[in-house]
Write a protein that binds this ligand. Sequence first.
Ligand code: 4UU
Length: 548
Amino acid sequence: MVVKSDFPDVPIPNSPFYQVILDAVWSHASLNPNRIAVIDGENESRTITFREIFFQSQSVATFLHSHGFGHGDVAAVTLPNCWEYSVFFLGAAMRGGVVSGASPMFTDYELERQFNDCKCKVVFTIDTALAKVRVAAAKCPSIKVIIALKSDPKRQLPLDVANWDDMIRTQPDCHLPEVHHDLKNDLQLLPYSSGTTGAPKGVMLTHYNLVAMHSIFSSHSQNIMLPQIDPNWQWDKEVQLLFLPYSHIYGFFLMVNALVRGATAVVLRHFDAHNYLNAIQKYRVRMLNLVPPILVFLAKHPIVSKYDISSVEFIMSGAAPAGKDLCEELKARHPHVKAITQGYGMTEMGMASHLPVIEFTRFGNAGKLASNYEAKVVDVATGKECGRNEKGELWVRSPSVMKGYLNRKEATEETIDADGWLHTGDIGYHDDEGYLFIVDRLKELIKVRGFQVPPAELEDLLLSHPGVQDAAVIGVPDQQAGELPRAFIVRRDESLTETDVAEYVKSKVSYYKQLKGGVEFLKEIPKSPSGKILRRFLRDRMEANAKA
Ligand code: 4UU
């Protein structure tokens, strides 16, 4: 059975993605040149107007053009959330560029892999991450320009690194050669995702994909979600708290939404309990977009009671499952919250296929199929289409589904079939009213605090250790983080300890990928006859041990 969206299709404007954003930014600036677009949540005296965003992005475009950056070139951005990220995105996009966010938490090992894979020409980073960016860039011949933002004005940048402050002082050139955008083929954003298997891959999102996703999301929030919270909801009176990383598709779209809607965004570089709660209290924030670990924090942490967060009316979670019990606990502690909802998404969809419908009492569902989407639930064993309430793998199809994985034809064909269905690797069902429930994951992916941790990436790394014969990594449940990675190792060298293994991983990858779920030595890794790791077997073994 093919499930159709309950909501009417929305038109998809024939426009480059950045143009949709720039037009909106310009209209907010025209109405009021002093209107604040962004407040730096860590230093509230730092603000930027919509007008400044518009003009700075023209300077960025001119600067990049003068450095030979043009149509189809990739710019990697290794920055925490800040307005400079948005300005740079717009400037690079105007020249036909593609932006690939690489987390500032990444180590030089992780950065090098992404830079080399996407063959970026430009990297934009911050002084605090510059050392590792330079180590990585030294091994990436495609990189021609490194630009850095100074977190400390007194800090000197190396001579071969361009200074952001100089870049935005570039006189905008109104006569730059025009760029022709092929909306259905040209890429605009290149986030990385491991998808259903293997290492992180570049997710090719075109202008068309992103304009479609933006139109779907915008229409849903304007016409379906917000009127139920407040029929007179006015974005220009609202403050949006942006702390989810822009390098992830969810955080990126929240940033775009705030710019397009003309909300004032309070931007946090990372989640900090005080800054987060303080901002909610000070700006009387009504809507929170978050991931399940923050739900846990709001439901349980004693520090939350020290702040007045009674302004919060609406919570939208995504990126990992938020259980019914947790939502009920949160609601009981914060009765002013009218609705706690979830969306369901995946980088490869351009963000999300299922969006929240305000449910004041029923928790645990992951939303309803969004406009312009079709879905199928497919029985994993038989390949037959399931009906309502029957569990299977979720497949979706929509104009926002990626063009494919960069330079990975085989992985693309494994993920998007000949009829255009994206196989999500998630197990779930639609109930009688069309609500989605995600119950399990068929794919290998581990999600720690909503971040992707691809087991294959850690397994490759572990196999590069001389003392390791074989390795497998799975996610084990954790109340705070959702899941934590745990390694099973067959030793080549019997003197290898659990600490050696954990330290080795720690030296190479970001903190959230570390083996906080433990290390266990086995005689053999269970594998299928074709050599595939039997992760289910390892998971069952963990569950049995936990019960014993
Ligand atoms: C159970 O996490 C994302 C996108 C999340 C998102 C964005 C906007 C959700 C709602 C929204 O409105 O992307 P990725 O690529 O990092 O991870 C995708 C995977 C899914 O395949 C699924 O396994 O993250 C998991 N996931 C969820 N699982 C995402 N949302 C949910 C959910 N419940 N609500």
